[in-house]
Design a protein around this ligand. Structure first.
Ligand SMILES: *[C@@H]1O[C@H](CO)[C@@H](O)[C@H](O)[C@H]1NC(C)=O
Ligand SMILES: *[C@@H]1O[C@H](CO)[C@@H](O)[C@H](O)[C@H]1NC(C)=O
Ligand SMILES: *[C@@H]1O[C@H](CO)[C@@H](O)[C@H](O)[C@H]1NC(C)=O
Ligand SMILES: *[C@@H]1O[C@H](CO)[C@@H](O)[C@H](O)[C@H]1NC(C)=O
Ligand SMILES: *[C@@H]1O[C@H](CO)[C@@H](O)[C@H](O)[C@H]1NC(C)=O
Ligand SMILES: *[C@@H]1O[C@H](CO)[C@@H](O)[C@H](O)[C@H]1NC(C)=O
Length: 270
């Protein structure tokens, strides 16, 4: 137990040390789902899905991270919406990193009902021995329910800024090993196979971040082909400006076909 506590201390020291460009290990990367929460919302043409990543810089040895999500009605065997393997921009940023996604198709009054949101973050970890490591894809994630009801509040990132994220996943990297055999990477990260407490409330939005994420989601939905939003869109010049943002915006829809859906189902059933 004492040893474990020492380890946790080491992790929290590493978290502050990671503010420097070089990542000190062990270090913890945390993924939090900021929106939606386990709540009831009005159906809306563009429903935001917002993730935050704490200490993304520490994920360089296990990246790039990929995020997949799916929404389905409980009891159904087919997701109604999904986005597969959205790659998180390679970044060495130690800031909070927001992933601003959205989905169309939850807009009509007929969308009322309870949904399950399944999400998963994929990483690449060392496997085997230090002097000859291979790699393996690992993942963390969870699922929770939310409800759509035409009488409820519109999804609003600026409402309830004090509420903590619905769910989280933590990945602790203890050391890195050199990799010789891969053209893609010089090192792999050793991922700790244990539960470490998350700190999800650290990612609570302030009102400026909430407005900026909402604006990114709107601009992305307006720019989609076909547009998922036609009113309330920024003028084209502003859309152009926001493309310089480091926050990736991705709809994840429209490009997926039957075989991919089948792939996702396999993934869910594993
Ligand atoms: C990120 O990496 C770039 C290029 O290696 C470097 O110039 C920059 O200082 C790094 N930024 C941080 C925050 O570490
Ligand atoms: C996402 O990537 C992981 C790891 O490469 C793979 O196992 C999984 O099948 C992919 N999922 C989707 C939905 O593409
Ligand atoms: C959703 O979460 C529940 C409770 O944690 C779990 O039992 C179930 O297997 C999860 N479903 C999927 C598809 O991951
Ligand atoms: C979310 O809310 C619903 C309804 O209030 C509840 O049944 C469910 O257990 C909650 N938790 C999760 C993790 O979905
Ligand atoms: C979202 O919530 C904020 C804070 O409560 C409020 O000022 C704003 O008017 C709401 N926006 C919408 C579209 O309801
Ligand atoms: C983080 O997520 C885990 C698994 O869903 C949960 O048990 C834990 O309560 C969450 N931590 C916090 C502080 O919310």
């Amino acid at each position: 137990m004492a040893r474990f506590t020492t380890f946790l201390l080491a992790v929290s020291c590493a978290l502050s040390a990671a503010a420097a460009a070089d990542v000190t290990l062990p270090a913890m990367v945390e993924v939090d789902i900021i929106f939606p929460r386990n709540e009831t919302y009005a159906p809306t043409p563009v429903f935001p899905l917002v993730f935050a990543i704490q200490n993304l810089a520490a994920a360089s040895s296990i990246g790039p991270l990929d995020i997949s999500w799916a929404i389905w009605k409980p009891g159904s065997d087919q997701p109604i919406q999904f986005g597969g393997n959205q790659t998180v921009d390679k970044t060495n940023s130690t800031d909070l990193h927001y992933i601003n996604l959205w989905t169309a198709g939850l807009g009509g009054a007929e969308s009322a009902g309870t949904y399950q949101l399944w999400w998963r973050v994929y990483y690449y970890a060392c496997l085997g021995k230090k002097d000859n490591p291979g790699g393996i894809s690992g993942s963390r994630g969870d699922n929770f329910t939310f409800t759509l009801d035409p009488g409820a509040q519109q999804p609003n990132l600026s409402a309830d800024l004090d509420a903590c994220p619905a769910q989280n996943a933590t990945i602790v990297i203890t050391e890195t090993w050199p990799v010789n055999a891969s053209p893609d990477r010089d090192v792999c990260g050793v991922v700790l196979n244990a539960h470490i407490d998350a700190n999800p409330c650290a990612v609570n939005l302030d009102s400026a971040a909430a407005s900026s994420i909402a604006a990114e989601v709107t601009a992305s939905a307006c720019a989609a082909s076909p547009p998922a939003l036609t009113s309330g869109c920024p003028p084209p010049s502003e859309t152009k400006d926001s493309s310089g943002s480091r926050v990736p915006v991705w709809s994840g829809l429209g490009m997926f076909t039957g075989p991919l859906l089948a792939g996702l189902l396999l993934l869910v059933l594993q």
